[in-house]
Design a protein around this ligand. Structure first.
Ligand code: TYD
Length: 222
C-alpha cells in the first residue's frame, strides 16, 4: 500500500503523516489483517542523491535556478527515490507513506509556476515508472491560515516558500482540481480543524478506501 500526503507548506501534512506512521506501527491498515512494516519518506529527499538535490532546490541562494531546472531536479530526485526505495519497499510488502510525491510537481511547477501540465504528466509517468499512490491525502488549509502559521513559526523561508501569495493560491487550486479529477485517489481533508480531528478524518478516508477496494475486487474489477 502506497499512501502520499500533499498540501501547502504549513498545512500540517507532515504532522499528520507522522501520526499515521505511528498508528500503523501498532494497528493494521483498514482492510489488512496484520501490522506491516512502515516506510516513511519525504520528498524531495530519501536517498543520498535525492538529499543532495534537495539542498540545491531549497537553498535560498540559488536564485538563478530556472523553472525548468527546478522541475527537472524535483523529477530527478523522485526517479531515484522510486527506483532505490519505494519500489523495493512495496515489493517487500511494506506500507509506504510519502510526504509529497508527483502531485507536488503537478501543482507547484504546473499550476504554480505555469509550466506545461501535459509535459509534467509525461515527466511524472517517466520518473515514477507509472507508480501511482493507492491513496493521496490533501490537507487543505486556506491562505490566511497558512500565513498566520508561517508568521507564528517565525522561521526563515526556504527558496520555494519565498514564492508569493498568488503562487500559493494557484497551488491550492491545483490540489482542489486534482481531487475533483481523480476522486477515487486524491481526497481532500479539512486541515483547518484540530490535529486530532484531522487525524480522525484521515483514518476514515483510509477505511472508506479499503471498503471500496474490497467491493471492486469482489466485483472482479481491476
Ligand atoms: P519542505 O521543506 O520539505 O516543505 P514541506 O514540509 O512543506 O513539504 O520543502 C519542499 C518544498 O518543495 C515545498 O515548498 C514544496 C516544494 N516541491 C515542489 O515545488 N515540487 C515538488 O515536486 C516537490 C516534491 C516539492
Amino acid at each position: 500500500m502506497f499512501i502520499t500526503f500533499e498540501g501547502l507548506d504549513f498545512c500540517g501534512k507532515t504532522t499528520q503523516a507522522n501520526l499515521l506512521e505511528a498508528r500503523l506501527r501498532g494497528h493494521p491498515l483498514p482492510g489488512q489483517d496484520a501490522v506491516r512494516p512502515v516506510r516513511f519518506l519525504r520528498e524531495p529527499g530519501g536517498t543520498r542523491i535525492s538529499e543532495r538535490l534537495r539542498e540545491i532546490l531549497l537553498d535560498r541562494r540559488n536564485l538563478e535556478l530556472s523553472e525548468t531546472t527546478e522541475l527537472m531536479l524535483f523529477a530527478a530526485s523522485r526517479a531515484q527515490l522510486v527506483t532505490e526505495v519505494i519500489r523495493p519497499a512495496l515489493r517487500a510488502g511494506e506500507t509506504v507513506i510519502c510526504d509529497r510525491y508527483a502531485d507536488s510537481t503537478t501543482v507547484y511547477q504546473g499550476y504554480g509556476r505555469g509550466l506545461d501540465l501535459q509535459a509534467i504528466g509525461h515527466i511524472n509517468r517517466l520518473v515514477t515508472d507509472g507508480l501511482v499512490p493507492d491513496i493521496t491525502i490533501v490537507v487543505d488549509v486556506d491562505l490566511d491560515e497558512i500565513e498566520r502559521r508561517r508568521r507564528e513559526a517565525g522561521l526563515a523561508s526556504d527558496r520555494m516558500e519565498s514564492s508569493g501569495r498568488a503562487f500559493f493560491e494557484r497551488v491550492r487550486n491545483g490540489y482542489l482540481e486534482l481531487s475533483h479529477k481523480e476522486p477515487d485517489r486524491v481526497v481532500r481533508v479539512n486541515g483547518m480543524e484540530s490535529i486530532s480531528a484531522v487525524e480522525a478524518a484521515i483514518w476514515q478516508v483510509l477505511q472508506k478506501h479499503s471498503t471500496k477496494s474490497i467491493e471492486r475486487i469482489s466485483r472482479g474489477a481491476p
